[in-house]
Design a protein around this ligand. Structure first.
Ligand SMILES: *Cc1c(COP(=O)(O)O)cnc(C)c1O
Length: 351
């Protein structure tokens, strides 16, 4: 029956960091340091939990199909912008691709980066086209603009997963000034850095900014993503979207989290402190990062070797070999709880 499956799903899909966890378990680590998935080790805001629990009592009803309450909470938090919401930012990415991409269309992706853009483009029948970043992982606007010529959609992640690189607002403006298609700016980690792309929404009608409640807001398990969209684009997005994407419990939790913004202040502060310590105390080079993770160059060892050795010692980190265009000697280490970060520094120094 396998021949019935579309070719784009015959190969490998999204790569999860499951193998390292299995190695740690096999070595008897019941509670390893979990630094592979850029999760937030802090729990969610109590206000988010309280509202989610209340919402559970009403799940016999379908959620508000327009996500109105959540969009209102977003406007209270960010200001007067247009928003769409979905099942994680991944749901937004899929829907945006669905609105624009026909069979055979090429989509620009600034690499190395998050692998899901390419996976979702292929699933829609499109073809991802990589534009390489510079050696220091910064984006060269001219190269990027050239790649966008004649193409409808481009993905750029900032702070970039897995390199941590922050692209300055001026470079994004330079790109938006020149391209004729739409730029999807993935700002999943924006809360951990000082850059602010939101004002660009007032100036450009070809920009979509993707955001998530999974990282700084500690709600990864509830799958809440949203995007700033141009006003003209919103109805097309709504036409293409799967009905009732965000469930009522997630909507309520998202509203609660946005009503308690100070909850993220110590979380962000802690990330800043540990990014600095990782950079200073790691025996291997650490790339400057604006996210809640760092990219570590473990050459001459390979990422797979280091991930296995660390896992055997109870520290789970992410090998970056599955990120297209990155090579085989980088690991990505999330900033976790203090004891987890300490364990990582101890064990990486002992390799
Ligand atoms: C985590 C992440 C997302 C999406 O997260 P969701 O949990 O689906 O909201 C999107 N882009 C990047 C770069 C990420 O790292």
């Amino acid at each position: 029956m396998k021949h019935l499956i579309r070719e784009c799903f015959q190969g490998e899909g999204y790569v999860f960091a499951t193998r390292a966890a299995e190695i740690a378990r096999a070595h008897g680590h019941a509670r390893p340091a979990r630094l592979a998935s850029n999760e937030n080790p802090a729990g969610p805001s109590p206000e988010a939990v309280r509202r989610a629990v209340d919402a559970l009592g009403c799940v016999n009803r379908y959620p508000d199909e327009t996500n109105r309450g959540f969009a209102d909470a977003l406007r209270a938090y960010h200001g007067d912008y247009r928003f769409v919401a979905s099942v994680g930012m991944d749901g937004i990415i899929e829907t945006v691709i669905r609105t624009l991409i026909n069979d055979g269309d090429e989509v620009v992706v600034s690499t190395p980066t998050y692998s899901f853009y390419g996976i979702a483009v292929r699933a829609q029948g499109g073809t991802p086209v990589s534009v390489a970043r510079r050696a220091d992982w910064s984006v060269d606007p001219e190269t990027f603009i050239r790649a966008c010529k004649g193409r409808k959609l481009a993905f750029l992640c900032s702070p970039n997963n897995p390199t941590g690189t922050v692209t300055p607002v001026e470079d994004i403006k330079a790109i938006l000034d020149e391209i004729k298609g739409i730029l999807f700016l993935d700002a999943a980690y924006i809360d951990f850095c000082d850059e602010d792309y939101r004002p660009l929404m007032k100036e450009y009608d070809n920009l979509i900014i993707g955001r998530t409640m999974s990282k700084a807001f500690s709600l990864a398990g509830l799958r809440i993503g949203y995007a700033f969209v141009p006003t003209w684009y919103e109805p097309y997005y709504m036409t293409a979207a799967t009905p009732f994407t965000l469930n009522s419990v997630s909507q309520a939790a998202g509203e609660g989290a946005l009503a308690d913004p100070s909850h993220t202040i110590p979380i962000v502060r802690n990330v800043e402190v540990w990014r600095g310590r990782f950079a200073k105390e790691s025996p291997y080079p650490v790339a400057p990062s604006g996210g809640n993770f760092v990219l570590v160059d473990v050459a001459p060892a390979t990422a797979e070797e280091v991930v296995e050795q660390l896992a055997a010692r109870g520290v789970i980190v992410r090998s970056c070999t599955s990120f297209p265009g990155l090579g085989d000697h980088y690991i990505r280490v999330s900033i976790g709880e203090d004891w987890e970060n300490e364990r990582f520094l101890e064990e990486i120094s002992r390799l």
